[in-house]
Design a protein around this ligand. Structure first.
Ligand code: LLP
Length: 882
């Protein structure tokens, strides 16, 4: 076992957090561990250490565990598969997952949880037989996840000789009868009795003197049946236990350092919130924060039991404390939350103007269909509400029948795929005037609904899903960033990551090995883009290894430096060009190149460009019917590619999502009939079908979806010989992102090739080949501190690299001169251009920078120099290939 005296940050005294005397002196501590914190032997060793610490301090821990990470989702899938009558490989996965954990713990799985395995098989077989799973059966099946995880963990802790008993949570948590609930809600999102219950303490006292291990998520109803507490149910179970026992504190152990001022995946400069009031924590949790489940807060607030959110991986950090006492100085926005996948119901009709009882009638319908309403905004002739479609308690038909019923009262419209962006903080009304400049970010957005919470804790804007991330980033940097931060704000996510125990940044890159060379090069002249040839060759090699790809066309808009093009060409890669200028550059460098190695993919280009390209003999892609409708003669007798819009765009930012109604690219699928007719009329053969859905995509399944659409469309055009799946292959930009799994991509494409052996497959990567190969080197010119923000200025800015200003793109920045010195300062890195947006990185942790130091901006080989300008008549950085 690891050291039992695991180093833990001290827990703030419950009394100073406002807990009542009796709780502050209680010996009970409830500890909850989520699925990712109980999945391995290391995890259980850590839990053992934490338990020992508490017991040595004279406390009694009651431990509440979830199912092993991923198992609840698998059980869900299992139910779906069984209803569909499919054979269920996932069942074997679930068993194997537990066998593996048992092996790690040296426990005999069959002896300890064999009976659960059998029950799982039986229940699944029953469902498969009758092709249906009642909520009652679903609850029994899902409960097995928690039962199995705690039995295994309990058995192992027992082998350590620890004074611990395993308890069935259903013997202690009783669901309340709630008449308005339907069967599904009754079994799958139950609510339990809570409030201090001395008889429970007495029963547990009879069991032992030490620790208790039990399950989250499950309880029993009055008929002695198993019920579930709904999503995030383990947090809620733990809160119920803490409340019933009158615990000194509730500890939520999780896989992040605590609650943050925004989702750190969207905003790396998000700050840890060290202290929150119950109200704020609940509001952040309900408006999208996923660290704590909102339902666990009210029981704790009522009992005034403090909640401590801690990171299992780093018990030495203090995390977030939620209590009645917060170091409040003045009202502040504490967090920018985001909730995606919202559905709005917009009810419209003149009849509702001054009509008595309209709202009552409408809401009665929501009640009747058990649909819970979240946000509301009303006007004279419209009432719009948001409803929860994500928590899984709403079935498809419910929404349909609800809409049908409301349709009898007024006009009704459903708006799907919305995101709610909320500013959360106490007394938000008193700070509205300070939010003015920040709200400019909404200038261009369509806002479906604005709602200001009656409890004065949030201000929420509902926009299209795809805007969500960007808005959170912008609002965070314009509101939380410049605020005078009180004690409640701790370190940023980036700073916490920078701790040496965690990987500090992206894996080491070529430039850290070639540092001396780079310093020498820039001593001669800076600023400068430097590209590493080997890194480009390696990226090409990874794509080349995919056998089913017949040709790679490099999208040279990413980087058209002649030396880079020579290198790419030498590897046998072809070229994708978007302008006559790009074609000319290729032919200038490689005059004898076979014309079929060049693909021209223009967009809204003038007629002459098509004619010229066809005359040159390169492949030409049409992405609009205008071409064939208005200029049929240009294409008469020619072979062309067409670019389809498969409807769904992806990518790192809305500006680079090149499919879907918001994008100007591609022929929509509903125009295929017309395309067929126009092509026949112009006597032009469609030989290739192409789609490019966006840029910076890390999920390989994107290309499976694209391929499906292309293959379906191709079946209508007998001359098609090539499916061009586009580019868009992303690279990891932020710490924590995983690289694109080219092995997975290869499996997808191989499968496609097997299904359609007659088509040639092409890819058109730009970024993937060159991004990581490039760095931008620039010297520090000046530094300054202004309020809470420190600026480090460098000799070039958005004139060389516009991606941060244009897309909010993140590029790692290091001080190459002081690469080995500890990072001690948080700074904003800016350029010399006359624009406030001339920032290359916000809130970066760097060693103290001095004039003349060389900063390196990483991953700038793609869309760096090619998007540069001489704005302000400042020439962009020059380029060198090494
Ligand atoms: N093929 C077509 C038809 C394209 O439109 C593009 C990029 C590519 C291939 C190459 O995409 P890639 O593999 O590089 O993602 N300036 C933005 C990227 C714009 C991409 C436009 N089209 C950025 O800096 O992120």
């Amino acid at each position: 076992m690891e050291d039992s005296a695991l180093r833990e940050a001290p827990f703030t005294d419950a009394r100073s957090l406002g807990a009542p005397e009796e709780y502050a002196d209680s010996r009970w501590v409830v500890m909850k561990f989520g699925g990712t914190s109980i999945a391995s032997r290391d995890d259980w060793e850590r839990i053992a250490g934490l338990l020992t610490n508490r017991m040595e301090a004279g406390l009694r821990p009651l431990v509440v565990c979830s199912a092993v990470g991923g198992v609840s989702n698998s059980l869900h899938t299992l139910i779906r598969q069984a209803i569909g009558g499919d054979p269920d490989p996932v069942l074997e996965d679930i068993l194997a997952r537990h066998r593996q954990l048992a092996d790690e713990l040296d426990i005999d799985a069959d002896a300890v949880i064999g009976e659960y395995f059998a029950e799982l098989r039986q229940l699944a077989a029953g469902v498969r037989l009758i092709r249906e799973a009642s909520p009652r059966v679903q609850a029994r099946l899902m409960a097995l996840g928690e039962l199995m995880s705690t039995r295994l963990g309990g058995a192992w802790l027992g082998t350590l000789g620890m004074d611990l008993v395993w308890a069935d949570a259903r013997d202690f948590l009783s669901a309340t009868e709630q008449r308005h609930k339907n069967e599904r809600q009754h079994f799958l999102s139950a609510v339990c009795l809570h409030g201090r219950d001395p008889s429970l303490e007495a029963r547990l006292a009879a069991a032992n003197e030490g620790a208790i291990l039990t399950q989250g998520f499950i309880a029993r109803n009055v008929d002695d049946e198993t019920v579930l507490l709904g999503r995030g149910g383990s947090d809620t179970s733990a809160a119920y236990f803490a409340s019933l026992l009158g615990a000194r504190r509730l500890e939520i152990w999780t896989d992040v350092p605590g609650m943050f001022s925004a989702n750190p995946r969207a905003v790396p400069s998000a700050r840890l919130l060290t202290a929150l009031h119950y109200d704020e924590a609940q509001e952040i949790a309900s408006t999208g924060g996923s660290v704590l489940h909102p339902r666990c807060v009210p029981p704790m607030r009522r009992a005034e039991i403090p909640i401590h959110v801690r990171w299992t991986g780093r018990p030495d950090l203090p995390g977030t404390v939620v209590s009645a006492a917060t170091p409040e100085v003045e009202p502040q926005v504490k967090a920018i939350s985001l909730r995606m996948g919202l559905t709005l119901v917009s009810m419209e009709g003149v009849a509702m103007w001054q009509e008595v009882g309209f709202l009552a009638d409408a809401f009665e319908l929501f009640r009747r269909h058990s649909v819970s309403v979240d946000l509301i905004s009303t006007s004279e002739s419209n009432v719009t509400v948001s409803i929860d479609t994500v928590s899984g308690t709403l079935e498809g038909e419910t929404l349909e029948t609800l809409v049908e019923d409301i349709g009898r009262l007024c006009r009704v419209r459903i708006i799907e795929d919305c995101a709610a962006v909320s500013l959360v903080g106490r007394k938000i009304r008193t700070i509205l005037h300070r939010l003015g400049p920040a709200l400019e970010v909404f200038e261009e957005q369509r806002i479906h609904l604005v709602s200001q919470a009656a409890n004065d804790l949030n201000l929420t804007f509902v926009v299209d899903d795809e805007q969500g991330y960007r808005l959170v980033q912008k609002l965070h940097s314009s509101i939380i960033g410049p605020q005078r931060l009180g004690e409640a704000f701790g370190p940023t996510w980036e700073e916490l990551q920078s701790d040496e125990r965690k990987p500090r940044r992206l894996p080491p890159s070529w430039w850290s090995h070639r540092r001396d060379e780079l310093l020498e090069l820039s001593a001669a002249a800076s600023p400068r883009y430097v590209y590493d040839g080997d890194t480009i060759r390696a990226a090409i090699g990874r794509l080349r290894a995919i056998d089913s790809v017949d040709a790679v066309f490099y999208a040279m808009k990413a980087n058209s430096n002649p030396d880079v093009l020579r290198l790419v060409e030498a590897e046998g890669v072809n070229f994708e060009c978007v302008s006559p200028g790009e074609i000319a550059r290729v032919l200038e460098l490689f005059p004898g190149m076979e014309r079929e190695r060049i693909l021209f993919t223009p967009n809204f280009a003038p007629r002459e460009e098509y004619a010229a390209a066809l005359d040159l003999g390169v492949w030409v892609t049409l992405d609009n019917l205008h071409t064939l409708r208005e200029w049929p003669d240009v294409f008469r007798g020619r072979d062309v590619f067409i670019r389809l819009d498969p409807g769904q765009g992806r990518g790192h930012h809305e500006h680079v999502r090149t499919a879907g109604t918001h994008s100007k690219f591609g022929i929509p699928l509903f125009e295929l009939d017309e395309l067929e007719a126009l092509a026949a009329g112009a006597d032009c053969r469609i030989v290739g079908i192409h789609a490019h859905t966006g840029s910076g995509i890390l999920d390989p399944t994107n290309w499976a979806e694209v391929a499906g659409e292309l293959a379906a469309a191709a079946s209508r055009f007998p001359d098609v010989h090539t499916l061009d799946l586009g580019g868009g292959l992303g690279i990891p930009e932020k710490p924590g992102q995983e690289p694109l799994d080219t092995g997975h991509l290869a499996r997808i494409l191989d499968e496609l090739k097997r299904a359609y052996p007659d088509y040639r497959l092409w890819l058109e990567p730009g970024r993937y080949l060159v991004a990581e190969a490039g760095v931008l080197l620039a010297r520090v010119t000046q530094t300054k501190g202004k309020g809470a923000v420190r600026y480090v200025g460098i000799e070039t800015g958005m004139n060389s690299l516009i991606r941060p200003a244009l897309y909010g793109a993140y590029h790692e920045i290091v001080n190459l001169t002081r690469l080995k010195e500890p990072a001690t300062e948080i700074v904003t890195v800016v350029g010399p251009i006359c624009e406030s947006g001339d920032r290359l990185g916000n809130d970066r942790l760097l060693p103290e920078c001095r004039e003349g130091d060389l900063l390196l901006i990483a991953n700038t080989g793609a869309y760096g120099y090619t998007m540069s300008s001489s704005y302000n008549l400042r020439e962009p950085a020059a380029e060198t290939v090494i």
